[in-house]
Design a protein around this ligand. Sequence first.
Ligand code: AMP
Length: 418
Amino acid sequence: MIQLIRGFKDILPGEVEVWQEIEKVARSLLEDFGFKEIRIPIMERTELFKRSIGEDTDIVEKEMYTFPDRKGDLVTLRPEATASICRAYIQHKLYTSDPVQKLYMVGPMFRRERPQKGRYRQFYQIDAEVFGVQSGLVDVQLIFLLVTLCARLNIQDVEAHLNSLGCPQCRPRFRSALTDFLSSVSEKLCADCIRRRERNPLRVLDCKVPSCRAALATAPAVLDYLCDDCRADFDAVTETLAHLGITCVVDKQLVRGLDYYTRTAFEIQTTSLGAQSAVAGGGRYDNLLKELGGPAIPATGFAIGFDRLAELAGLNASDLVQKPDLFLAALGPEGRSLAFNWVCKLGLEGIRTEMDFGNSSLKAQMKRADKLGCAYVLILGDNEIKTGAAIVRDMQTKEQFSIPLPDIIQGIKKVIRQ
Ligand code: AMP
């Protein structure tokens, strides 16, 4: 039997209801705050991710599903959404009508990481981006939305972690301090870090190798090298979060694994997920649009790990599964033909109706109705056809009553909707 690919998964009925509910709550929250949905392709030119995420990142170096298409062009299954949304914003010149655009998307991402609980090779994200506003207040609003979403989904123990990654003004001073530090600990670093140390020292800070993590514990932090503007921006962000009653942890080691961030970067972390503690992450990326060939327009955004939300959400799939309203237990050709007609008509009225399409006995049909959890059963045998009225049984109270055959649709609608 052919099994699914390692790190990929099916989301089955009984589980998918939780996903649907989360998506409903997230969409309604984002739309209440003025976000519009954008749908972007699953595949893009590899170049787009190399240029945005950065050549020296784990994602680009090790994790992307990249392959030549039949004509030899290198394409990649999207590992994240920001790059594609920026591409769309630039390509369709969305900024000409209004540079301020709030966009969101929901969909699968692909990264060839080592699979484990909470980490998959195809996973889902809810992604939101705000273009055209420089103010740190937008970063605050994004964090506020993430915290609110977690609260609406009964997710406990969440903490907003926050850092500033500076800007092109303050980066060079930090970069040179970091490079000096990395030289002083170089014998403790892995081969990847040694290589990245020259090309892109900030990415050394992402390394997950335990000996590197230990060596980097005393590395300089960007936060200590901020220019006056970045410092003022970061202070405004933390103060406004405090005004909103959102407690945040200033986390000097939070650098996010992507090159494009400037100023505020954040993660929503939880203690309930074991090793994979980040539920969502994001930050400001004021230079990315320009670097991708677009106008110099600032932007900020976040990505939520949908799979992790589904694991954490205090939602019970069995409360969300929709059970049939009615089972039509019909006997004989005439009864079945009438029942089939009603199944179609009641379905159009939004009444979930099931029937048996075979020749099962009344006992077997009642058993199936019970198994499906139908609220009502309608019994239609030769006798009912003769008397011109079907019997309806309330499966919970076991009460029975009859409805004349010509009034079935109206009668059932009244009973179900009462
Ligand atoms: P990132 O921008 O890489 O931090 O991703 C944003 C969020 O997506 C993370 O906080 C996770 O919740 C989720 N995520 C990232 N990679 C994976 C993965 N391989 N499997 C499941 N969720 C993931």
